[in-house]
Design a binder for this molecule. Structure first.
Ligand code: SER
Length: 878
């Protein structure tokens, strides 16, 4: 069975057990502050487990793109070295939301593995939770009894909380689990050590393939466990490991999931996979990492310097570095692999193929930038080589850490380069620096979150903000969140007009009002589907009803900007082409910002055309057509474009302004008629990342103000120029005049400089047979001072010259000596200038024949000539 068949069999099997097959959620998580990336199939269903929202279907199954590179589940450093850990992997899963429980889950798992996939029963082991006294959790006898009907008892193992109690993160849904492991070793190996001794022991051929979690609890922030409102099943099977088992391979990388990538890298690098451990590791790292990188970018996460973007950047750099060091890739190579991957998975995850050129562009640009950084880091190491040699042939921890932090050199790369140079690395010192940095960021980001205080249990939130600006509301629950710098309350209401930040539109602000009190809502945010009203205090009586009211004036500006964003999107596609896709947006009361894929600067003429189209739509006063709850297929038929990286339900909201113009899937708030926008004006166009452009624009009064501001400025310029029209021509004329004047001035100054020089020559006095000139002079620039000194050198032999001048309000000194005075080492210009600089409270230096100094004290210039003569006398007499 090839991997495509294996995946399909899983989905078909659960479809036959009445599961709805759903698409994978995006790999990048948007509305859950506890997660950056999807790390398990169950993430997208978190709200169903917690009871925040009812599940539309009680049984679902899918294959989910997962990434375990941050937070509680992080496998990054293992990847490439072993044969069965990955950054991105597919998790096959089936779920019961308050429907079937342990019996069906385990029986179906066994049926699928042993009957459909025909994995040999005598190679499988299962594990059961042994209980935990500290947590007050009992042994899972129920699971044990179910397994006993299918599996011989010596194949059932009991496991501790570490292996058999699954938790999504520090808080959230969790429960005991039962894992299925497979022993893929040869008969001889098995005869020596029985498989049960190797389960959960990091053996590459005795691996877990499937985890069945029985979600019963919620882990609270205070560490305690509370029962969930219902019991659920959450299962996750590692797709790549399953392929290894079914295809009889000894490594995930030997399956057809990775082989096309591996072959491609091996050919590019001109090596054979399987011949050399070092190049093999590098090839595995690259074949693995490209999957994480490409899918994260396709789902909207660009590499960047913080948070999720930084994680992707680090994975990309890890791949580049292994290629650079072990496969001799000195030019970008990763981006080429994205195409192999896109073809391979087009039938399951079409998003990569659909955006391939964009994804490749982003990767290539990142690679280029990092290769430059690597080179700079190598140069830095070369530069410091002598210092390391003096330091007992050791690269100190601080430098190793700087290379890591600034240049992206992991310790092993520094160690490798060090070895080549006959140096060691102070690894302990590096560790200390690393720990210090971790502490710093831990302290900076430490948040303390209290558990929810439930005021009314099990009340869902109703959002009425599309139709109303105010409501009578009650608090459902609230909690307090503290960071070092601030403390806030997060309040959930039963009914709310407040729009929570999402889809680029900022959250509403407003008030919770009672007869006696007014609590300000500072912001509204989302956590999955919960709407959190952010306040700095709680209403005195949390049980009483109150009026919740948004700042409607602010919301009105936001609505205009949001609708204008849709019109802009449509106009851009019309003017630039269908490759324009939204890559991000921000809509607030002041401005709208729209990021989109496009590979070159948008020309001025194109911007004007876009602007004209949007304003035309505004003047057409097109009414809003809102469809609040239509099947996603119908929305697609209408031409609504789904954004990559967004999660859509079966029913969606569609916003159209003229079906032939603008139809979008959108949850935001909009004008009722485009005429309300009034006027649209683009204020800037720029680049955000490779292949991504940004347009900022304003609408309505803000657009008027912007234009008025520009006109006022023009008016002011015209007044200064005393012209009514053709301002550019007037400015050009001024510039030309200015240039001509400058030229004249230069000629004049040069002439002056010549006469100054002549008079200085006249002033030369004899000191010990040397022509000494020490004078205060008037010149306008440092260049002229230098020119004067060099001209003097041409005019006077055997000369010691000291010039003191005030240039741009600052004192300067120049010392120039004829060659004969320097070559017999009687005088040194650098030394002289340093001594003289004391007079002007400054310092300087240069060459033995010519040196300059600057300082702070202009008044000190006066004393310089006399001091110079005195100094020269002493020096020349010596
Ligand atoms: N949530 C469990 C896991 O990730 C099962 O899906 O292992």
């Amino acid at each position: 069975m090839n991997s495509a068949e294996i995946r399909q069999k899983f989905l078909d099997f659960f479809a036959s057990k009445e599961h709805q097959i759903v698409p994978s959620a995006p790999i990048v998580v948007k509305d859950d502050p506890t997660l950056m990336f999807t790390n398990a199939g169950m993430n997208q269903f978190k709200d169903y487990f917690l009871g925040n929202k009812p599940a539309p279907n009680k049984r679902v199954a899918d294959t989910q793109k997962c990434l375990r590179v941050s937070g509680k589940h992080n496998d990054l450093e293992e990847v490439g070295y072993d044969t069965y850990h990955h950054t991105m992997f597919e998790m096959l899963g089936n779920w019961s939301f308050g429907d079937y429980f342990k019996k069906e889950a385990l029986e179906w798992a066994w049926e699928l593995l042993t009957e459909v996939y025909q994995l040999p029963k005598d190679r499988l082991y299962v594990s059961v939770f042994e209980g935990d006294a500290k947590e007050n959790l009992e042994r899972d006898d129920e699971a044990f009894a179910i397994w006993k009907t299918m599996v011989s008892e010596d194949r059932i193992l009991f496991g501790s909380k570490k292996d058999n109690f699954w938790e999504m993160g520090d808080t959230g849904p969790c429960g005991p689990c039962s894992e299925i492991h497979i022993d893929l070793r040869s008969e001889e190996e098995i005869a020596q050590v029985p498989g049960r001794d190797l389960v959960n022991n990091d053996h590459p051929q005795v691996v877990e393939i499937w985890n069945n979690v029985f979600m019963e609890f919620n882990r609270l922030a205070d560490g305690s466990l509370v029962k969930l409102p219902a019991q659920h099943v959450d299962t996750g099977m590692g797709f790549e490991r399953l392929c290894m088992a079914i295809q009889g391979k000894r490594s995930n990388y030997d399956t057809d999931v990775f082989q096309p990538l591996i072959r491609f890298v091996a050919v590019e690098a001109d090596v054979n996979y399987g011949e050399n451990e070092k190049t093999d590791i590098a090839i595995r790292v690259i074949a693995d990492h490209i999957r994480a990188i490409a899918f994260a970018i396709a789902d909207g996460q660009l590499p960047s310097n913080n948070k999720a973007g930084y994680v992707i950047r680090r994975i990309l750099r890890r791949a580049v570095r292994y290629g650079f060091t072990f496969l001799n890739f000195k030019k970008p190579f990763l981006y080429k692999l994205a195409e192999v991957l896109a073809e391979q998975l087009a039938h399951v995850f079409p998003e990569l193929k659909a955006q391939l050129s964009f994804v490749q562009r982003v990767i290539e640009e990142e690679e280029n930038a990092f290769l430059r950084t690597l080179e700079n880091g190598l140069k830095r190491l070369d530069m410091l080589e002598d210092k390391f040699k003096e330091n007992n042939n050791t690269i100190d921890g601080k430098t190793a850490f700087e290379l890591y932090d600034t240049f992206g050199f992991p310790l092993d790369l520094t160690a490798l380069i060090a070895r080549e140079k006959g140096l060691k690395v102070d690894e302990a010192g590096f560790g200390v620096e690393m720990e210090q940095q971790k502490n710093r960021s831990r302290n900076a980001s430490a948040t303390e979150q209290s558990d929810w205080v439930i005021v009314q249990p099990d009340v869902p939130t109703e959002f009425i903000g599309y139709d109303y600006h105010a409501a009578e509301s009650h608090i459902v629950k609230y909690r307090q969140v503290k960071t070092k710098s601030k403390s806030e309350y997060q309040i959930v209401l039963d009914k709310t007009p407040f729009y929570a930040e999402s889809g680029g539109q900022v959250g509403d602000r407003g008030y919770l009002l009672s007869d006696t009190e007014q609590v300000e809502v500072l912001d509204t945010r989302k956590e999955n589907d919960l709407i959190l009203h952010i306040t700095s205090k709680l209403p005195q009586n949390v049980e009483a009803p109150f009026r919740s009211e948004i700042d409607a004036i602010r919301r009105n500006f936001i609505r205009k900007n949001h609708s204008a964003t849709h019109l802009l999107h449509a106009a851009l596609r019309k003017v630039l082409g269908d490759h324009v896709q939204q890559r991000g947006s921000l809509v607030n009361e002041k401005v709208l910002r729209f990021d989109f894929s496009h590979f070159t600067k948008v020309e001025d003429a194109e911007l004007r055309e876009v602007e004209a189209i949007v304003n035309e739509r505004i003047r057409e006063t097109i009414p809003l057509e809102e469809q609040r709850n239509i099947p996603i297929a119908d929305a697609r038929d209408m031409g609504a474009m789904a954004l990559f990286g967004e999660k859509y339900g079966d029913f969606v909201r569609v916003i159209s302004f003229g079906r032939e113009h603008s139809v979008e899937l959108c949850g935001g708030t909009h004008v009722y008629n485009t005429g309300e926008i009034g006027y649209f004006k683009i204020v800037s166009e720029s680049s955000v990342a490779a292949g991504v452009r940004r347009i900022e624009a304003v609408t309505a009064t803000a657009a008027e103000e912007f234009v008025q501001g520009q006109l006022d400025e023009l008016h002011a310029v015209r007044q200064v120029l005393s012209t009514q029209s053709n301002t550019a021509h007037a400015v050009e004329k001024l510039q030309e005049e200015n240039k001509a004047l400058q030229k004249q001035l230069e000629q004049f100054e040069l002439k002056q400089l010549t006469s100054l020089k002549d008079s200085l020559v006249q002033k030369a006095q004899q000191v010990e047979g040397v022509n000494v000139v020490a004078e205060r002079v008037e010149v306008s620039t440092a260049d002229y001072l230098k020119k004067l000194a060099f001209d003097m050198r041409q005019s006077l032999d055997n000369m010691a010259l000291v010039l003191a001048a005030e240039i741009d309000g600052k004192p300067q000194i120049a010392v120039m000596l004829s060659d004969e005075l320097v070559s017999d080492k009687r005088l040194n210009a650098s030394q002289l200038v340093r001594e003289l600089a004391k007079e002007i409270k400054g310092g300087g230096g240069g060459q033995p024949f010519y040196a300059t100094a600057g300082g702070k004290d202009v008044a000190g210039l006066q004393a310089v000539p006399a001091k110079a003569i005195e100094l020269l006398k002493t020096e020349l007499v010596k």
